[in-house]
Design a protein around this ligand. Structure first.
Ligand SMILES: [Zn+2]
Length: 300
């Protein structure tokens, strides 16, 4: 996969930049046009010391709550209206959590981090902003304009191996009657295949799990492989029934473009106590209810 280097390529992929007061995010245009607020945040425009003026959006053990909450307040200015941001305590698994309504999305009083332990969130509630944290792993947002359901996914290699994206599509179908054919998907900045090296054990797990693993796994130097985590999730989306033209790939690399994005492999490995997390979000606007007229939850 080519690394995006120009605004033209970015636009061709369906994304554009939005910036307010130094906070920058990539927005997927087609999702936004269909009523889904979305954004893949960069590390720019915050108050955290990683390295300086960083927009660190999670990780209460490594940064102060004041910094993180100020950074969240800043990035929310990118979107008009009032939003309830909700995330999950990510565990590199393949579990999906349903956020039923606004009350379900509210933070637990007295708890700084997120309450549910999982790596993907699904909802159809207006004004709820689902967020996933990444630093090299793949952030994925999925929207279904027909039912109004949407999802945010954190796909690292473990979750990808556990088929997390397939699970999300199935949960969206079971809970909200979503047909994958009508879904729009955006995959955000993550480590590219050239940067993402794995050992023989991980490669072998993927070869056993996916008969088409050659589409996203290639041999590297002796005993090493390169894993295209983004492509491995595209394969799951296509297999789950999402049409290729509805899948938007923002192929920025968090390691090649470490000035724009946090990277665990570039920064966190050397200094686990001092690296930041990016946030990717999706939500849908309220009051308008064309969705419910087009499809009812549970419809097949
Ligand atoms: Zn790279």
């Amino acid at each position: 996969m080519e690394i995006i280097t120009s605004e033209t390529e970015l636009a061709k992929a369906g994304f554009y930049w939005r910036e307010i007061d130094g906070v920058r995010a990539l927005i997927c245009g087609p999702l936004e046009q269909d009523g889904f607020v979305n954004g893949f945040l960069t590390r720019l425009g915050g108050v955290s010391p990683m390295t300086h003026d960083s927009l660190n959006l999670a990780g209460f053990n490594e940064d102060t709550a004041e910094n993180i909450l100020e950074n969240r307040r800043r990035f929310l200015k990118l979107f008009s209206g009032n939003w309830i941001l909700t995330g999950c305590w990510q565990v590199h698994g393949a579990e999906v959590h349903l956020v039923k309504d606004e009350a379900d999305a509210q933070p637990v009083p007295g708890v700084l981090g997120d309450g549910s332990y999982c790596d993907a969130l699904v909802s159809d509630a207006a004004r709820v902003l689902l967020g996933v944290k990444t630093a090299d792993c793949v952030p994925i947002v999925i929207a279904d304009p027909k039912t109004g359901a949407f999802a945010a996914v954190h796909a690292g290699w473990r979750g990808t191996l556990g088929r997390i994206t397939e699970s999300v599509l199935l949960d969206m179908k079971d809970e909200h009657g979503v047909d994958p054919k009508s879904c729009l998907v955006a995959l955000g900045p993550a480590a590219c295949v050239d940067c993402y090296e794995v050992g023989e054990d991980v490669a072998s797990d993927f070869q056993k799990e996916f008969s088409n693993s050659q589409e996203f796994l290639k041999p590297g130097k002796t005993g090493r492989f390169h894993l295209d985590v983004r492509q491995a999730n595209v394969v799951q989306l296509l297999g789950g029934g999402v049409p290729l033209p509805s899948i938007h790939l923002c192929s920025y690399c968090t390691m090649h473009q470490n000035d724009l994005f946090f990277s665990y492999r570039m920064e966190g490995k050397a200094s686990p106590e001092n690296f930041g997390r990016l946030l990717s979000v999706i939500g849908r606007r309220g009051q308008v209810s064309p969705f419910t007229q087009l499809g009812q939850p549970g419809e097949r």
